[in-house]
Structure formats: structure tokens, C-alpha cells
Design a protein around this ligand. Structure first.
Ligand code: 13P
Length: 254
């Protein structure tokens, strides 16, 4: 059984005082019998101070991006080793905003994933189609490219989670229906089986992301191939994020 995995991607939001209050609120509100995995991905500058706030709690600390070199003359970049050093266990790679706002390409993302895994980080690798691609019937073609050009024999999936985030659902309030999410997740799992094998396909967790909230979380995560959520806006408020975690637990029958 794949354990559900709910992660908050804070994007470029919150200053230290707000972030500390949010994490303290989550710690207070999390069930003592948590049956799902939970993480938060704050902006880089908050990672070191927040690693002390999450210490001793089940909340994983992740980053939203990293570079693939360990160190050197790369002004403005952060290495996987630096993330490990401040207490991060996880990094998001290939978020649609990295792809579409900052022009990150599949070959670059492959290098980033390899470097992050080599440094001992877990990776959340994001894929997803844009609205015009969905409307042109190209959803599977886009996912195919994002999976096959990046993953494969040279990347073990043991420490990788895939996040399916349809770009048209991100920050728009337009969520994929349970069925749309399930169809895309099942497709991704079939492609993972082709790239690896059936055991890896059955074991890899696939999160859904795109306007997940406390009201739709349970329905989405009840789909057989939806193993969690990558949450933007609703991860910035204690009660909203706790509601999503509750939805994930309800979807597991807890
Ligand atoms: P929203 O939940 O704000 O739509 O963002 C989703 C997302 O991009 C998470 O990575």
C-alpha cells in the first residue's frame, strides 16, 4: 500500500514570523496518529530557521528547487548539498513555474534530479500539461515527453515522488475532477511501468496538484492512483492545510 503524501509548496510567500506561526500551528493541529506523510517546502531563506521549528515533528522539510552543481561560480543558485546541510530532506524539481516562467527544460531537470538524489535528497518531480495542450488532446503526449526525456535507467525511483500538476488547475481554483486526475495518474503509472517495471510502477507515489483544498482533497485522494497532494495556496493557512491532511487520512480509511 502506498502511504499518502501531502506536501505544501509555499512558492514565494511568507516571511519568517508568518512561516514560524504556520509550522507551529501545523504541529499543534496534526493528529497524534498521523497515517499520511506530510511536508512543507518554504522559500530557501526560511529553510535553516524552520529546520529547528520542525525538529521532532513528523513534518518533512523540502526546498522548491536546486541547481545541479555542488558548488562554484553560479551566482544566485543553491546546491543540493547546501539543502541537506540546513536540514532539508526533499526538493521539488520541475515545477510548472520553473518550466514555464524560468524556462527550465527536460535535460536540465534530469541533471537536477540526478544531483539531488546523489546528495541524498528525496525528489518530487512535477509534470503536467498546459490548458492549450489539454484542449488540443495532447495531455498524454506532453506527459510522455516529460517522463521519457527525464526518467529512465539512469535514475532510480526509490526516492522519487511524481507530482501531476495540470498547469490549468494551478492557482486558478479550477481543480481536475477525480476522474481527470485518475486518468492522468493511471497513464503516468503505465508509462513508469514501461520505463522501469511493474513493481516500481506499483510503488512510486503520484501526487496530484492544482487547486487542492479541504473540500476536494478526500475525493481526489480517494482515486486509486492518487497518492497524495502537492498544495500551493491552501498550504499557507493552518486550517486549510490541516483540512487537506484530514482529507488524505479519510481517503485512506483512517
Ligand atoms: P495551487 O494549490 O495554489 O493551485 O498550486 C498548486 C501548485 O502549484 C503546487 O505545487
Amino acid at each position: 500500500m502506498r502511504r499518502k503524501y501531502v506536501v505544501g509548496n509555499w512558492k514565494m510567500n511568507l516571511v519568517l514570523s508568518e512561516a514560524t506561526a504556520l509550522v507551529e500551528g501545523l504541529k499543534d493541529g496534526l493528529s497524534k496518529d498521523l497515517t499520511v506523510d506530510v511536508g512543507v517546502c518554504p522559500p530557501f531563506v526560511l529553510l535553516a530557521p524552520l529546520s529547528k521549528v520542525v525538529a521532532g515533528s513528523p513534518i518533512e522539510l523540502g526546498a522548491q528547487n536546486c541547481y545541479f552543481e555542488p558548488k562554484g561560480a553560479f551566482t544566485g543558485e543553491i546546491s543540493p548539498q547546501m539543502l541537506k546541510d540546513v536540514g532539508c530532506s526533499t526538493v521539488i524539481i520541475g515545477h510548472s513555474e520553473r518550466r514555464h516562467v524560468f524556462g527550465e527544460t527536460n535535460p536540465l531537470l534530469k541533471k537536477k534530479i540526478q544531483a539531488a538524489l546523489a546528495a541524498g535528497l528525496k525528489v518530487i518531480y512535477c509534470v503536467g500539461e498546459k490548458l492549450d495542450e489539454r484542449e488540443a488532446g495532447r495531455t498524454e503526449a506532453v506527459l510522455h515527453e516529460q517522463l521519457h526525456e527525464v526518467l529512465g535507467a539512469d535514475i532510480s525511483l526509490a526516492q522519487v515522488t511524481i507530482a501531476y500538476e495540470p498547469v490549468w488547475a494551478i492557482g486558478t481554483g479550477k481543480t481536475a475532477t477525480g476522474q481527470q486526475a485518475q486518468d492522468a495518474h493511471a497513464y503516468i503509472r503505465r508509462e513508469i511501468e514501461k520505463l522501469y517495471n511493474s513493481q516500481t510502477a506499483q510503488e512510486v507515489r503520484i501526487q496530484y496538484g492544482g487547486s487542492v483544498n479541504a473540500a476536494n482533497a478526500q475525493e481526489l485522494m480517494s482515486q486509486p492512483d492518487v497518492d497524495g497532494a502537492l498544495v500551493g495556496g491552501a498550504s499557507l493557512k493552518v486550517n486549510d492545510f490541516l483540512g487537506i491532511i484530514k482529507g488524505a487520512m479519510a481517503a485512506t480509511g483512517a
